[in-house]
Design a protein around this ligand. Structure first.
Ligand code: HEC
Length: 257
């Protein structure tokens, strides 16, 4: 019951009117969405305010099935599928499971942040859709994540006792750095229940904050704090230059003035 797929009956509803072509000897039915001409590339997508706690709880539980990225997307879209239906029922949330472990285990961006950016860019729209706000809200969430004493959210029924999960500030949106700093402080390996629960809580924390911002946006009260660091540094980058480069942060070509 924790996911709503595009229902088979939606495909076959109203049959007669919707029977279209014939291919390889078969009659092809057309989905309701196609028939109604639902345009998924029209922004913003309809949004109704969600409860941050409920969203975080959904994300926390889902982490144990889908890990970070898809669980953040699911926590929002699952509720909007129920409240609104299309176009959310047309969105393949499960396809974002690849975000786990910083994209297929490569420790790049924390999957929960990838998921949050998917959500802001699907709901508010990409910057080519007329507004930079979706991207900037995603950027704001990345900045917030870097500075937060993670995990912030405490689930109602934690799978691991709260005092077993220390907090760390990543200063980085990278899965590798975020998880690595935490593993060092907790002295727990990647496969431990503690590390797993920590990431489930991080996922819930991001889902919570994401919905807080979306709700503000829905109320017309969202003023973004997001920015593109590439604009300041003349190279796409995270802010913690010294952590990787030491005292010798290189100047990108073209940045001297
Ligand atoms: C997560 C680690 C990391 C962070 C954070 C980081 N860099 Fe880098 N950066 C690298 C690595 C690795 C390279 C490639 C190896 C190298 O040249 O040092 C690189 C390359 C570069 C280059 C290419 C030219 C060169 O001389 O290597 C520039 C310029 C640069 N970084 C600037 C920055 C600036 C400015 C920041 C902060 C705004 C930053 N970096 C943050 C890891 C990082």
């Amino acid at each position: 019951m924790d996911k709503i797929n595009l229902k088979r009956r939606d495909f076959f509803k109203g049959t007669g009117a919707l029977l279209l072509g014939v291919a390889a000897g078969k009659i092809l039915p057309v989905s309701d969405a196609q028939a109604k001409g639902v345009n998924v590339e029209k922004w913003p997508w309809p949004y109704e305010k969600l409860d941050p706690v409920e969203t975080a709880e959904i994300a926390y539980k889902q982490w144990y099935k889908w890990f970070c990225g898809a669980s953040v997307v699911h926590s929002v879209f699952y509720q909007l599928r129920k409240k609104i239906g299309e176009p959310y029922t047309l969105f393949p949330v499960e396809a974002f499971i690849f975000a786990e472990g910083g994209v297929a285990g490569w420790g790049t961006i924390c999957g929960s942040l990838l998921g949050a950016n998917v959500v802001t860019n699907v709901i508010i729209g990409p910057r080519t859709g007329g507004s930079h706000l979706g991207a900037l809200m995603g950027s704001e969430i990345m900045e917030w994540y870097c500075e937060a004493n993670m995990p912030v959210y405490v689930p109602k029924k934690p799978k691991v006792p709260v005092d077993k999960i220390p907090h760390t500030v990543s200063n980085s949106p990278l899965c590798h750095v975020s998880v690595g700093k935490w593993m060092k402080k907790a002295n727990k390996p990647l496969g431990s229940p503690e590390r797993r629960d920590r990431c489930a809580r991080v996922t819930a924390s991001v889902a919570y904050h994401l919905v807080e911002l979306l709700n503000k946006w829905k109320d017309g009260k969202y003023e973004t704090e997001g920015e593109f660091p590439s604009g300041d540094y003349s190279i796409p980058a995270q802010h913690n230059c010294e952590e990787c480069h030491g005292d010798n942060v290189p100047e990108p070509p073209g940045s001297e003035d």
